[in-house]
Design a protein. Structure first.
Length: 410
């Protein structure tokens, strides 16, 4: 018998032994395979997983009172319509700089072009906030006291707390609910929010089950009718917080190095954070000014006079970039009513100056202004008195607290 004939015979023999005449052998083989199969890992209980993540956010919020980023890089892309026109007056470009912030409202962001030209000075303290456009030599200023009493969603909710929230340094509301995610790999934590001006919003936090961390933030209008903004956070890094006592190592927290913020069909902003320092040294306050700079020779504009005419942070058409289509996210909303927005407005005079230089006619469509806004944040859990937000911590609520709507409480 040749080698090939023997091989064919062996194959036929094995096939026959697995046929109807030898069912017991086949059954035993299958049972053995089942017995030896590794057990499937148990899926974590969604409510317990969300509770653990919420407790971790509470821990981080309690540990971090201030944050410093020594190397901040920002890239802005604007979206265009089918005719190649920008969907907003936002101008794309790049900038780099530093960021320092301190709870609750102290913020300072200094941005420059890669060659050192100043682009923007953004700041806030307990009384006021400002946006200095160094390329246009204008400074827009606003008062928190005025903003909290107005019905305009933008003016009533401008604050720096969005940075803490997107970086995972704000607590998750204890009465949040939990829903299935878009796939088995995610869960969605849902918070109903009421801003000080009465505007109702819905905040979604997408929880990655495997990584046990929030990987995306979504802000919707009331009833989740329109997506206002979306922020994805990536590349988490572990950082020590506080000194070591010589016996135990310092506590650590995770902060994302990359944030991608999308305003549907308007713009996408990508931030890379390098040199992140939680709770900087004692000389932090002495070296950082949270007071409005004088900016001699600048035109000062009251933000409330420009509520309907916000404009760009990086007003540099030479470095503008655009994307032909927005990323695949839910239908866009009009960003005019985006609450919690960090928008850098500019005056109608500046809009006209840029348009005159480019030869582009001004738009007169109904509902459109000389410049549409670009929101640069998500609203944080408000620290403003009177905000309708329950801020109980997760470890002070009795029982399992997931009976009604899983996480929702009366």
């Amino acid at each position: 018998m040749s080698r090939s004939t023997a091989a064919i015979s062996l194959v036929l023999l094995l096939a026959a032994s697995a046929g109807p005449g030898c069912r017991s052998f086949q059954g035993n083989l299958l049972r053995r395979e089942v017995a030896q199969a590794p057990p499937k890992p148990e899926q974590p209980d969604p409510a317990e997983l969300a509770r653990r993540v919420a407790l971790e956010h509470d821990r981080r919020a309690g540990l971090v009172e201030a944050l410093k980023v020594t190397d901040l890089k920002i890239q802005v892309d604007t979206f265009t319509d089918q005719n190649g026109r920008s969907r907003s007056m936002f101008v794309g470009g790049t900038a780099e700089g530093v960021l320092v912030m301190e709870r609750p409202r102290n913020l300072r962001i200094l941005l420059k072009k890669p060659l050192g030209m100043s682009v923007a000075d953004i700041g806030s303290n307990d009384r006021e906030f400002w946006f200095a456009n160094d390329l246009a030599h204008e400074m827009i200023i606003g008062s928190y006291a005025q903003a909290e009493g107005l019905a305009d969603p933008f003016l009533a909710s401008v604050r720096p707390g969005w940075i803490f929230e997107v970086l995972g340094l704000e607590p998750i509301a204890a009465d949040a609910s939990i829903e299935r995610g878009e796939s088995d790999a995610t869960l969605t934590i849902v918070e109903d929010r009421t801003l000080p001006n009465g505007v109702k919003m819905v905040k979604e936090s997408v929880l990655n089950v495997a990584e046990q961390r929030i990987v995306e933030h979504r802000l919707y209008s009331e009833g989740r009718k329109e997506l206002v903004a979306q922020a994805r956070v990536e590349q988490p890094v572990s950082l020590p917080v506080g000194p070591s006592d010589g016996v135990n190592p310092p506590e650590t927290i995770q902060i994302p190095r990359f944030v991608r913020l999308t305003i549907p069909e308007v713009a996408e902003l990508r931030m890379t954070l390098v040199g992140i320092e939680p709770n900087p040294s004692d000389d932090f306050a002495a070296l950082t000014s949270f007071e409005k700079p004088p900016k001699d020779g600048y035109q000062f504009v009251d933000l409330f006079d420009l509520a309907s005419q916000p404009g760009p942070v990086l007003a540099d058409a030479s470095s503008a970039s655009s994307a032909s289509t927005p990323p695949p996210i839910p239908p866009p909303s009009m960003a005019m009513d985006a609450p919690g927005a960090l928008v850098l407005p500019r005056s109608d005079r500046e809009v006209a100056r840029v348009e005159d230089a480019s030869g582009t006619p001004r738009r007169d469509e109904p509902g459109g202004g000389p410049s549409d806004p670009v929101a640069l944040d998500l609203p944080s859990a408000s620290r403003v008195p009177g905000a309708s937000l329950r801020r109980e911590t997760w470890d002070t609520i009795e029982g399992n607290r997931f009976r009604r709507g899983v996480l929702r409480r009366e």
